[in-house]
Design a protein around this ligand. Structure first.
Ligand SMILES: Cc1cc2nc3c(=O)[nH]c(=O)nc-3n(C[C@H](O)[C@H](O)[C@H](O)COP(=O)(O)OP(=O)(O)OC[C@H]3O[C@@H](n4cnc5c(N)ncnc54)[C@H](O)[C@@H]3O)c2cc1C
Length: 403
């Protein structure tokens, strides 16, 4: 199978052509859509809906990007072990290029290098094989080859499989969220924060409005883009959703001379990258080990229990990353963030109408930085025109959301 990248909907320009024909606005006025959640996906949806002619209000309980978005590695990539899901991600990468160009996202398009030691070789091979059928096939490397391709990175001779891709990118996810929200506002959207949605009014099986910490709002349509809080939002409509619990650690550093544009994925242990201003970001991909000190983190979401542990984690993660990229040892941790991934049980997106509640739509996914542009486009298309996007068929909420 060959995946061809192609532009769907044509981004912001084409969205202008979408009118509220298929959606249920009150006569004489625009469709009023509430977007709950001001993370990257919520911001993308808000921008696309506002551009398409909806009256949009974003409700964000803390501040834009305060959820998983600001704790993300923000690697934009197609690398997964499922062909259909890879296709969706590739479409989103095209949409990213479009949004980067039109909205000035300052994404860095330098590609990536992934490698695996013996225990992770097979799962990385599955992903590499799927990439071979795309227009950015993997270039296979040895451990030594990685150092040649990216001087200053030394994964060692135990590498069993490694490859480089050319088209992946990365972004500052907080900045990108701000750009989408600014675009949404230019098209007339209101962005309210701090403003928590505390109740959802459903009349005759259809969304009628929300109660928030800033008052009540009448709505025709509601989009929940609330990351790990999605089960709570579903409960407000008497719907059940379980997500997996996946903590993640991300460390930002002081700047050092810029040596790379690549994103590195080290055998499902670490992911790291360097921003254009020299700051590094590094993250454990594997989640916290099962130690007694991690009991609480492994059970539920929480803030760092104390500053000393935060500092310890920052220093440890820099030291671990320096085993592969020694230059990072000269940097100091500036922000050590404990994040929680919005993680559907099958690690695929949940996207579409909430079963049994007319006018309610939900988006919750890991890899939401990669997917934000495409999910924004498809959600806006489905809400505004009622025309279903066939590519979203495997990701419909009914597989996990029940009454
Ligand atoms: C450690 C880590 C590394 C990651 N790395 C990558 C990566 O490299 N590439 C990638 O593509 N993805 C990555 N992800 C995943 C990605 O960050 C998320 O999928 C994405 O940020 C989800 O965006 P979102 O807008 O759906 O959710 P969020 O960013 O979580 O936003 C949800 C928002 O909803 C708000 N909210 C919740 N309840 C309410 C309410 N009742 N009222 C009003 N507002 C509410 C919250 O305050 C929050 O701001 C990573 C995540 C983590 C934690």
């Amino acid at each position: 199978m060959t995946f061809q990248r192609r532009t769907i909907l044509g981004g912001f320009a084409a969205m202008a052509a979408l009118q509220a024909a298929g959606a249920c606005a009150k006569p004489g006025r625009k469709l009023r859509v509430g977007v709950i959640g001001g993370g990257l996906i919520g911001a993308s949806v808000a921008a696309q809906l506002a551009k398409a002619g909806a009256e949009v209000i974003v409700f964000e309980k803390t501040r834009p990007a305060a959820g998983a978005t600001e704790k993300s590695v923000a690697w934009i990539n197609p690398v997964v072990n499922d062909a259909h899901y890879m296709k969706l991600r590739l479409e989103s990468m095209d949409a990213w290029l479009d949004d980067d160009r039109t909205l000035g996202m300052k994404a860095i398009w330098g590609g990536s290098i992934s490698w695996a030691y013996a225990n992770k070789k097979d799962s990385l091979q599955t992903k590499a094989t799927l990439l071979e059928a795309t227009d950015d096939p993997p270039v296979y490397l040895t451990g030594e080859g990685i150092t040649k391709a990216s001087p200053g990175v030394f994964p060692g001779d135990e590498v069993k499989l490694a490859f480089q891709t050319a088209k992946d990118g990365h972004v500052d996810p907080v900045f990108a969220t701000q750009r989408y929200l600014a675009a949404a506002k230019r098209f007339g959207a209101e962005v309210l924060y701090p403003c928590e949605v505390t109740a959802i009014k459903v009349v005759g099986g259809a969304v009628a409005g929300v109660t928030t910490t800033k008052g009540d709002f009448e709505l025709d349509h509601l989009v929940s883009v609330t990351g790990t809080d999605t089960p709570r939002i579903m409960a407000l409509m008497d719907r059940k959703l379980e997500l997996a619990h996946k903590p993640g650690l991300v460390v930002h550093t002081t700047p050092r001379p810029v040596t790379t544009k690549l994103v590195y994925e080290a055998s499902s242990i670490l992911e790291f990258k360097q921003y254009a201003d020299g700051r590094y970001l590094t993250s454990f991909t594997s989640g916290p080990p099962n130690l007694p000190q991690h009991t609480e983190i492994l059970k539920h979401q929480m803030a760092y229990p104390d500053a000393a542990l935060q500092q310890f984690h920052g220093d440890m993660l820099i030291a671990r990353t320096a085993e592969y990229m020694p230059a990072i040892a000269e940097a100091k941790a500036t922000r050590v963030l404990l994040g929680f991934r919005p993680y559907p049980l099958d690690n695929k997106p949940i996207a579409g109408p909430v079963p049994g509640i007319k006018g309610a739509y939900v988006l919750v996914t890991h890899s939401g930085i990669t997917l934000a542009p495409i999910l924004g486009r498809y959600a806006a298309q489905e809400i505004m025109t009622g025309v279903e996007a066939p590519i979203l068929a495997p990701y419909r909420p009914a597989r996990y959301i029940t009454a």
